[in-house]
Design a protein around this ligand. Structure first.
Ligand code: COS
Length: 373
């Protein structure tokens, strides 16, 4: 049901608009509202808060189909899930009751505020501060490249509450659109995923109520790591959906394009490219599904599976989209065919939610931990 619903949204709502959204750098508010009406935002929300109680596997299924339509649109959906995971993972019961029903219904969207000018791969290098003043926290700092910035109503913000404690001095807070001292920077002009909105979040003596602290003070870094463990398979599945779309375009074109008197799919050079694309895609899909199931069944042991599938599927997507452009040749390089956009969209998958170099670090560290000699 999830696959059918997400596929229908991709085919009927996203595909007809993707070129225009890309060209205009336009946020797809109306399409996200269509997704809300189709109940897609409730997939991962527990039933007691109005959702369907799905897990990582269900999100992966939905994102794969949405990404077949447009990774920019699918990213806006994925970033909302990422932004609310800290509440699901570490938030109090009253915090969940306050935020989750609106998220499940798609009435409100979320965003995740970790990255700063000097804190990207080094997630513990955050410089935004939060200081308790009476019954309010006062936040100061600027978050950079925040997906859904300016479009969402709920923001998970990572800030330092005790600078002497390193990673153990970070905490997460919920900042809401309209909070005093909270504003947005200009919308970024990006290479790909241009339908998604990327902005700075600026906190200038931003005052929020004391109960907006997510979980216990000082546990922010661990919650960030757990959040990314759950969300990275979603990025992997964007790679799978995107690569499927690119393969579909490449095969269709290769069957129609006549050179030397034959469709180019009849040439072994082209056939082998298409075969390698299909093989890599199926391998990635199988790994992403297996990792998502593993994460749903092993919430204490997620990191290696999560990082492995993120690396494999997003490197695959970069390769498959690049090869799709190659199969289409000069036409592939032109904007009238969708594969050049797919190649531009693929690049970010190797970068955001932790670069693929960081993912390899995580896998390596886990191997080091697992093998005792
Ligand atoms: N789950 C639970 N706890 C975790 C964890 C995880 N997945 N990963 C690390 N931790 C814990 C460690 O056990 C450690 O705890 P102690 O202080 O009790 O020892 C603590 O967190 C610090 O861990 P570590 O020393 O490994 O942290 P590092 O600073 O070396 O960072 C990486 C580790 C590089 C993996 C982390 O910073 C990271 O994921 N960076 C990428 C961030 C990112 O994705 N940025 C993109 C923007 S977000 S869209």
């Amino acid at each position: 049901m999830i696959v059918d619903t997400a596929r229908e949204i991709a085919d009927e709502k996203i595909l007809p608009r993707r070129a225009e959204l890309d060209e205009k750098n336009e946020f797809p508010t109306d399409i996200l509202q269509d997704m809300a009406r189709a109940d897609l935002f409730g997939i991962f929300v527990p039933e007691q808060y109005g959702g369907f109680g799905g897990g990582c596997f269900e999100i992966v299924l939905a994102l794969e189909q949405l990404a077949r339509g447009c990774v920019g649109v699918a990213t806006s959906y994925a970033a909302s899930a990422l932004g609310i995971f800290p509440v699901l993972i570490a938030g109090s019961e009253s915090m969940k009751e306050k935020y989750m029903p609106d998220i499940a219904a798609g009435r409100k969207w979320a965003a995740f505020g970790l990255t700063e000018a000097n804190a990207g791969s080094d997630a513990s290098g955050v410089q935004t501060t939060a200081v308790l003043d009476g019954d309010e926290w006062v936040l100061n700092g600027t978050k950079q490249w925040i997906t859904n910035g300016g479009e969402s109503q709920i923001y998970s913000i990572v800030a330092i509450t005790d600078p002497s404690k390193g990673a153990r001095g970070a905490s997460i807070f919920i900042v809401e659109d309209g909070d005093p001292g909270f504003s947005y920077g200009k919308k970024e002009n990006k290479m790909g995923i241009r339908a998604s909105a990327t902005r700075e979040l600026i906190m200038n003596d931003c005052r929020i109520p004391r109960d907006r602290l997510v979980g216990r003070q000082g546990t922010g870094f661990i919650t960030v790591m757990k959040t990314l463990d759950v969300s990275r398979p979603g990025i992997a599945s964007l790679g799978v959906g995107l690569a499927q779309a690119a393969l579909d375009e490449a095969v269709t074109y290769a069957k129609q394009r006549i050179q030397f008197g034959k469709p180019i799919i009849s040439f072994q050079a082209v056939q082998h490219m298409l075969a390698d694309m299909a093989i890599q895609l199926e391998a990635a899909r199988a790994l992403v599904y297996a990792a998502a199931r593993h994460i749903d069944n092993n919430p204490r042991n997620m990191s290696k599976a999560s990082s492995m599938c993120k690396v494999f599927a997003t490197d695959m997507a970069m390769k498959v989209t690049t090869d799709a452009v190659q199969v289409l040749g000069g036409y592939g390089y032109m904007k009238e065919y969708p594969v050049e956009k797919m190649m531009r969209d693929a690049k970010i998958l190797q970068i955001y939610e932790g670069t693929n170099q960081i993912q390899r670090n995580v896998v390596g560290q886990e191997l080091n931990r697992e093998y005792t000699i």
